[in-house]
Design a protein around this ligand. Structure first.
Ligand SMILES: C[S@@+](CC[C@H](N)C(=O)[O-])C[C@H]1O[C@@H](n2cnc3c(N)ncnc32)[C@H](O)[C@@H]1O
Length: 278
């Protein structure tokens, strides 16, 4: 059910507010590294950067620190508040970073923004309730020669359908049930990965994975778990579906990071090919 439907949306901003309490310099540096790695740049000086569904604001902050002029927006007022808080902490009164509430499905709003050198929508478009429309909308926001960096949940067929049902249930459940679901899934995940490690004669403690989460975009295992279990609306796509969609719209794929066909997001960086002179 889409965002205009009766199903309850996940309140991303609440989870991001908790994440801000553990945000430190190391996580910010990891976020910066992830942008540099995927965009193939050393800095973003002189570039305009649009952070769609900015969430905690971490990647707006990372882009701003790399030198970009940043505009951040999110549908959830609490996510907007988190990003404003990061701006207040690190770049108070900075004219080169604006933050506001906005909807990636609102075409009039998007038109008012103009175009950007880098359009970033990580883990956002599949949570709008109209993923393909959102994918279409963001394409219009990229400057000729500019880059589009998105991540979309991998389509795992029946497993994705089962996750959709669980997420829907989670969002309608009372708080104690929500916490039980997250804790149970977290424990199951830790037990499963520990058993796999024991079989492979490795240290079964989960700290390595938790640290890897931190290294991967500066995120945290437990906050990502809540985001994953609760994140609804929820849609998925196969990597080739995303590739074909943007190829038809004049984009070339320059970077791809898949989740190996499993659970998680595939990351894509596309370049808007300049139109040939006629
Ligand atoms: C999983 S979080 C990702 C946050 C951030 N991009 C990151 O990489 O950490 C998804 C975010 O998308 C936002 N979102 C969902 N639907 C949206 C919409 N229609 N327009 C703008 N933002 C939206 C949510 O409120 C949430 O903050």
């Amino acid at each position: 059910m889409g965002k205009k439907g009766v199903d309850k949306r996940f309140e991303f901003g609440k989870n991001w507010r908790r994440f801000l309490s553990i945000l430190d310099e190391e996580r910010i540096m990891e976020a910066q590294k992830s942008l540099k790695r995927m965009l193939d740049v050393d800095h973003l000086n002189g570039k305009s950067f649009l952070d769609i569904g900015c969430g905690s604001g971490l990647f707006s902050l990372a882009a701003r620190r790399l030198g970009a002029k940043v505009h951040s927006f999110d549908y959830d007022p609490l996510s907007v508040a988190c990003t404003e808080e990061l701006k207040r902490r690190y770049f108070p009164d900075d004219p080169n970073w604006s933050v506001e509430r906005g909807d990636v499905l609102d075409k009039a709003y998007l038109e008012s923004l103009g175009q950007f050198d880098i359009v970033y929508a990580w883990g956002v478009l599949h949570h709008t309730g109209a993923m393909w429309q959102a994918m279409e909308n963001v394409a219009q926001l990229v400057n000729p020669g500019g880059k589009l960096f998105i991540s979309i949940y991998n389509d795992q067929g029946n497993a994705s359908s089962r996750w959709t049902m669980l997420k829907k249930f989670y969002n309608q459940a009372p708080n104690p049930i929500k916490s039980t679901i997250v804790l149970s899934l977290g424990c199951l995940w830790v037990i499963r990965s520990s058993l796999i490690k024991v079989i492979n004669f490795q240290n079964p403690l989960p700290f390595k994975e938790w640290n890897e989460k931190k290294k991967n975009r500066g995120m945290s295992f437990w906050h990502d778990l809540v985001d994953w279990v609760g994140g609804y609306p929820f849609e998925v796509a196969k990597p080739e579906g995303v590739f074909n969609f943007y190829y038809k719209r004049g984009f070339e794929l320059t970077k791809l990071k898949t989740c190996g066909g499993g659970l998680g997001c595939n990351e894509f960086v596309f370049v808007q090919k300049p139109k040939p002179l006629s």
